[in-house]
Write a protein of this length. Sequence first.
Length: 453
Amino acid sequence: MWKGSLNNALFLLLPLMGAAQPQGTLIDRTIAVVGREAILHSQLSVRVEQARQGGAPMDMAAVCGELEDLLYEKLLLEQAAIDSVVVEQAQVDAELDRRVRYFSAQLGGDEKLEKFYGKTITEIRAEFREQVEDQLLVQNMQQRITADVRVTPKDVQRFYNAIPADSVPLINAEVEYAVILREPKADEAEERRVRRKIEEYRESVQKGEKEICIVAMLYSEDPGSAKDCGELGLVSLGTMVPEFDAVAMSLKDGEVSQVFKTQYGYHFMQMVERRGEYYNARHVLMRPQVGSVELQRERTLLDSLVRLVRSGKEQFAALASTYSGDAESKDLGGLVIEPNANSPRWDMSALDQQTFFVLDKLKPGEVSEPQLVVMPDGSKAYRVLQLISHTPPHRASLKDDYRMVQQAAEGKMRAATVDEWVGSHLDATYVRLNEDYHQCPFTHPWVKAPAGE
């Protein structure tokens, strides 16, 4: 079974960035080649280190397992190239955004994320863009291979009945919950003040009275670039929000843009250089500030919504669809999806501390009081939570965990289909493996016997 495939790969990006390389001064080297796809020793080392940090014992057999996962992924990428399978750049952008938002929230905001990894958000996105694209290509290929796999209720029943009684997994306490989030907006006077101020800075740069580097370091509110004179480094189209890219692509080297607005605030930029679909620019960001009056207004609105739900006059889901500012849950009636499993059921141990303590005090159907929360960009907002369901720790059963058992049964069938596909494609694919790994107990014959044997 290919344990390293997409359920793990979907969130491979950012944990790997923090994984330490093995000690020593070993120069990187190629340890395997599949078709035109090479596997480096450093890639295997990172996989092994990530598994170790996750608590997995890493003996030689486990290292071989990680290597076989990499061989499999490279085989998929090789076949994707042959079949002309591509990933839309918009899909890559969306996946990068989703992962960065997730880990930013886990670490307490963009600044902490940047500090933890020693890179700006822009650098994180640019550096790992190719890796994410490859992961999405692997995912697309897996979906093509297993597109016809279906499990019936009888298949699920047989799968569950075949599990030994002492091997039925223990499921931790789980919850499903929904949110209504309200982010306050600055008033018109504050918008005008900030726009006027950044226009003044832009004009002084345009006239040569000030250097954009000094303006960025003193006044820019982009923590990732301000300390570097506002410079982004070389980024590809799609790394930044569309409005930012559009302005960048309209500029010549050295040219200063007009002031423009994005979801983050007001900007102006100076183009450093453009190389096809890549560019490097310096920019200044200023954000309209939200005061206590605007914050209190959102809390008051949420208070009124909570009363409507508790009185039975309105449904939480309907109010979330109308009033919530959380883009990812709004169209789901506020239902919050756990990103690793793409499921509404959350293991309570995976919740952030603030969410855990709020939900732990609620009964199913109850709604919390409004809470002040700090957003990933450092801004403040208010939210209310509704506990939809709570499942105590238990042994997995078809009644309570049918979806999970169904997914496991389907996963087993998909793995069998993938094994069959790998077996049918290996003979026609060039594979070379470093002798250090010839004794690995692989599932498939990646080590090919010399001709004539």
